[in-house]
Design a protein around this ligand. Structure first.
Ligand SMILES: [Zn+2]
Length: 397
């Protein structure tokens, strides 16, 4: 074994020491480029720009050729630090204290990027003649709007005729300990602005006006109390949350003209945007048929629910995690969005990374033992992938 292979911990530290608050990424990408090109990877820097958005630098590294193609994806931009004085260790110093590495991005997700980079380089050094393609898709635009990052990189891959077969996103998927969860999908999300119209009038003469409040009561009752579903084996039940009711009426003796209601829905794979829109239309129409009046509603789509059923990928990750942590990770679809929502349109994708309970917080940190464990897990995945996938391709494909 050569001595100049980067180890995951020092690589994490080097990346954390570069201040790459989103959408800055270049100094961290330069470090990765240096290690990856030295190991024989072909590097393509992919800077993208779009009017009205900050320019972003991205990096695609690839080695090998043909099928199967395993890609690791991640980001090196980080969220801002907040008041630096609140941190017990400077956020870009990468200080190790009591077995923990502190710094912005240690968990989310320079640690994950360092682990898959170190594991990939180690694999290549031991298996220079492996059959297939190993790649890294690393963006600087995940924490902000994700306009100039992963979606454009995936388009570029398509234009180059590069097809990913499987992808692992190194986001911190474990809520509180290593080996706890693999994310195999995410819930869908939509937002809505609902306006109920009435006719203004004096409370002494309700027959000459139209109070929208009874309709509001019926609608809130339905939104707050009618279950959308009971969940599935992979997803928790969908939920509707009413977040604002705005009548803007200062007078006790006046019936309001209109009411603005805001609500959001996080939904599982039993629904999609269109089916939910149809379901709510039915409910709102029924209430208005019964109680009169008129309403308008605008829905905003932010992403459909998705999950992967790819057995090979799930078992590959699950087995590696079990081997190195002694935990059988739960398959989860909880939590917010990640770039997996774009990648899932190109190939099966799961997320597994470090422990995320301090991400986006003051004193973000990871256990240094977990960094070593994650690098071992990724190495195991790569080793088994290029074995397992080859065996499978003889029969199943
Ligand atoms: Zn992240």
């Amino acid at each position: 074994m050569t001595n100049n292979l980067p180890d995951a911990l020092s690589l994490t530290q080097a990346l954390v020491r570069e201040n790459t608050v989103t959408p800055i990424s270049t100094p961290a990408l330069d470090i990765l480029e240096q290690h990856l090109s030295q190991a024989g990877f072909t590097i393509t820097k992919l800077p993208f720009s779009e009017p009205g958005y900050a320019d972003t630098d991205n990096l695609y590294a690839q080695i090998g050729s043909g099928e199967p193609h395993l890609c690791f994806a991640g980001h090196v931009d980080v969220v801002p630090t907040g008041d630096v004085a609140d941190w017990s260790h400077a956020p870009f110093a990468a200080i190790i204290d009591d077995g923990k590495l502190y710094g912005r991005g240690t968990a989310d997700m320079k640690g994950g990027v360092a682990c898959f980079t170190a594991a990939g380089i180690k694999y290549i050094s031991q298996n220079p003649d492996f059959k297939g393609t190993l790649s890294f898709l690393i963006t600087g635009d995940e924490e902000a709007v994700a306009i100039n990052g992963t979606p454009k990189m995936l388009n570029w891959l398509k234009q180059q005729d590069i097809k990913l077969d499987h992808c692992i996103v190194g986001e911190p998927s474990n809520p509180s300990f290593m080996g706890e969860e693999i994310k195999v999908g995410r819930r869908g999300s939509m937002l809505a602005n609902l306006t109920l119209f009435g006719t203004q009038g004096h409370i002494a003469y309700p027959e000459r006006a139209d109070n929208p409040m009874p309709r509001l009561a019926a609608i809130l009752d339905g939104l707050c109390n009618d279950a959308l579903d009971q969940g599935t084996n992979l997803f928790q039940p969908s939920n509707i949350e009413v977040t604002s009711v705005d009548v803007g009426n200062d007078a006790h003796n006046m019936l309001p003209q209109k009411i603005d209601v805001k609500f959001g829905i996080r939904y599982n794979s039993l629904h999609d945007f269109d089916s939910l829109e149809a379901l709510l239309k039915q409910k709102f129409d029924a209430i208005h048929e019964r109680l009169g009046g008129r309403y308008e509603v605008d829905y905003f789509r932010s992403g459909e629910a998705f999950y992967t059923e790819d057995k090979l990928l799930i078992e590959l990750v699950q087995n590696a995690v079990k081997k190195h942590t002694d935990h059988v990770p739960k398959l989860s679809t909880a939590g917010g969005t990640s770039d997996a929502r774009f990648i899932k349109n190109h190939c099966p994708v799961v997320e597994f990374g470090l422990v995320g309970n301090s991400m986006h917080k003051v004193d973000e940190h990871v256990d240094i033992a977990d960094i070593k464990t994650l690098a071992d897990i990724y190495l195991d995945i790569v080793e088994n992938y290029f074995g397992a996938k080859l065996n499978m391709s003889e029969g199943d494909e």
